[in-house]
Design a protein around this ligand. Structure first.
Ligand code: AGP
Length: 612
């Protein structure tokens, strides 16, 4: 997820672009750049790695760059390390075309190969450079202007984009195109604006135009013309934005956490599609070969917090599907216990930030023993990503709220894909089962979307228990891993004491804590353990517990036992964590809001724990 901005009018563009990018930093912040044109002079391009302040410094707050037409970009790397060279804008070598892009061009390798054969050279690792040069190619080949060149490119690429482009032959004008990635346009007092999101232009205009999917537009000072894919002009009416800036940065949600929960379908979809092409999983970008997969003796997941809970779920999924031995460990324990690792073991580190000190130390311990390492991380170029032998990037985009939600869900998708590919490569499943499992994974984003429809009921229930002293989460198998995450979400943002327990273990002591009215949340998505779980819930109910049941549609008999039920769509039992976690995230969120707490910045916590 990146942020793009654009402006054309009477004022100097650079300060406006920088202000807009500042409002979009929550969309990405590992590098940034602007391109500004003064009349028909060539564009001045300035880029900087790191936070936006570096670009401010390089442009003397925008005052050193003259011109009334420009585009800008703040990056969240998906293809290519964070660097000045990979920062946007990207351009054709002759500066005929220059542009910025938010999205993922899945077919960028094929585009690079085709254009290389046509004599193009590439100087960055980005998909965006390929996209811009593809537009340049069609602009020169057909010589029918920018809209035609962009349209011809759009019908030949696979992926998502919010794209803003300047052409040498069209000074003072910006051309845009959109598919799946967000973009809004604005106009005020003879000047035109574009941005990934409303906050970037709210200071200048509240008259916003929403460009549709597969549509294009031409921005000139005080005029915006919209086009469909055939190049025909289309009319659009402006929308008056009522939001204030802060609300707009959260997409209209009250907190980043709720916004990011709603981004889970896209985070999971993008992560799946990063390795899933034409009905098969392709781990070549991860760098794991079939032979390496076959030779793995044992897998050790090492992580902290919610990432550890991904490992806990992965242990069940990987062992059951791929029949490979899996151990999951807290990274903070792994690094000090002098682990005994086999030479053909694989250590998998899971980390949203890629900077967690304990997890980094665990990776280094494994490498010190000569063991192959794989990192599942959300931040391109992060320390853990750079030090691991292999990297599987999740494409959740920047996660602002301290409590992880969409990154956790994207990590789950990554381990499912690894498990299914391991199972196939190690001969544990046939092609038909592989296809069925992959089909279930591909359906998860829409099913996650469906779980969000229940949020009003969950909000009502959460408000009833916002005064609770203790909340227990019970589960067996993968449901225990889900319970672990549900309990942590509740603790870290509501400050209510909570414990997750393997339901079969409760009777060995902890059940003594169950009193009249104690809230117990039972997670029952594993059909083979369902009856056992019901028995455990009856046990705690007989001691006065108030029961919430979380299970799949169809298990309606649960209502004979529990006091409140939340249902999730049916999926393969290996993948239920992706669906069951959403009601638990929502429940923790609503309890925290009911308690008037700072949901996005809970006390004592940091988004990335880079110290021991
Ligand atoms: C989860 O909501 C917490 N923010 C925390 O447990 C987090 O998962 C843990 O610190 C690991 O962080 P990482 O994924 O960036 O390594």
């Amino acid at each position: 997820m990146c942020g793009i901005v654009g402006f054309t009018g009477k004022q100097n563009a650079a300060p406006i672009l920088l202000e807009g990018l500042t409002r979009l930093e929550y969309r990405g912040y590992d590098s940034a750049g602007i391109a500004v044109r003064e009349g028909d002079k060539p564009p001045v391009i300035v880029k900087a790695k790191g936070r936006l302040k570096n670009l401010y410094e390089k442009t003397n707050d925008g005052m050193a760059v003259i011109g009334a037409c420009g585009i800008g970009h703040t990056r969240w790397a998906t293809h290519g390390e964070p660097s000045e060279n990979n920062a946007h804008p990207h351009c054709s070598d002759d500066l005929n075309v220059i542009g910025v892009h938010n999205g993922i061009i899945e077919s960028y390798q094929q585009i690079r190969e085709k254009l290389t054969r046509k004599g193009y050279r590439f100087h960055t690792e980005t998909d965006t450079e390929a996209l811009i040069k593809y537009i340049d190619y069609y602009y020169k080949k057909y010589n029918m202007g920018p809209i035609d060149a962009i349209a011809k490119t759009m019908v030949r690429i696979r992926g998502s984009y919010a794209l803003a482009v300047m052409f040498r032959d069209y000074p003072g004008e910006i051309f845009v195109a959109r598919k799946d990635s967000p973009m809004i346009l604005g106009m005020e007092d003879g000047e035109a604006y574009l941005a990934s999101d409303v906050p970037a232009i709210l200071k200048y205009t509240r008259n916003v135009y929403y460009i549709g999917n597969m549509e294009m537009a031409r921005l000139s000072p005080g005029k915006i013309t919209f086009f469909n894919l055939d190049g025909d002009e289309i009319e659009k009416e402006p929308t008056l934005i009522q939001w204030d800036t802060e609300a707009a940065e959260k997409g209209g949600f009250q907190h980043f956490m709720m916004k990011e929960i709603h981004e889970e379908p896209k985070a999971v979809r993008d992560t799946i599609h990063s390795v899933c092409h034409d009905g098969a999983i392709d781990l070549s970008a991860v760098g794991l070969t079939t032979e390496e997969i076959r030779n793995v003796d044992m897998i050790h997941f090492v992580a902290c917090g919610s990432a550890y809970h991904v490992g806990a779920a992965a242990q069940y999924v990987m062992e059951d599907l791929a029949r490979v031995r899996v151990r999951v460990e807290l990274a903070s324990e792994f690094r000090y216990r002098r682990p005994i690792l086999g030479k053909n073991d694989l250590v998998i580190a899971v980390s949203q930030s890629g900077e967690t000190a304990d997890t980094l130390a665990a990776i280094r311990e494994a490498k010190a023993q000569g063991i192959k390492t794989l990192a599942i991380v959300n931040v391109v170029g992060s320390t853990i990503a750079r030090e691991a032998d292999h990297v599987f990037y999740t494409l959740a985009g920047p996660e602002i709220s301290v409590a992880t939600t969409k990154a956790y869900s994207a990590q789950l998708a990554a381990v499912y894909l690894l498990a299914v590919q391991f199972a196939l490569d190690r001969g544990m499943v046939d092609g038909q089962t592989y296809d069925k499992l992959l089909g279930d994974i591909l359906r998860l984003p829409e099913q996650i979307e469906k779980t969000l429809e229940d949020k009003e009921r969950i909000q009502w229930f959460a408000a009833k228990f916002s005064g609770a002293k203790d909340i227990f989460f019970l589960g067996r198998g993968i449901d225990y891993a889900i319970a672990l995450e549900g309990s942590l979400k509740m603790k870290e943002i509501s400050y209510i004491h909570s414990e997750a327990y393997a339901a079969g273990e409760l009777k060995h002591g902890t059940i003594s804590l169950i009193e009249d009215g104690t809230l117990v949340v039972g997670v029952l998505t594993q059909e083979n353990l369902y009856e056992k779980m019901i028995s455990n819930l009856v046990e705690v109910k007989s001691r006065g517990a108030y029961l919430m049941g979380l299970t799949s549609y169809g298990n309606y008999d649960i209502e004979d036992t529990v006091d409140f039920t939340v249902y999730i769509p049916k999926t393969d039992p290996h993948f239920t964590a992706s669906l069951a976690v959403v009601p638990l995230q929502l429940m923790a969120y609503y309890v925290s809001v009911a308690r008037g707490l700072d949901v996005d910045k809970p006390r004592n916590l940091a988004k990335s724990v880079t110290v021991e």
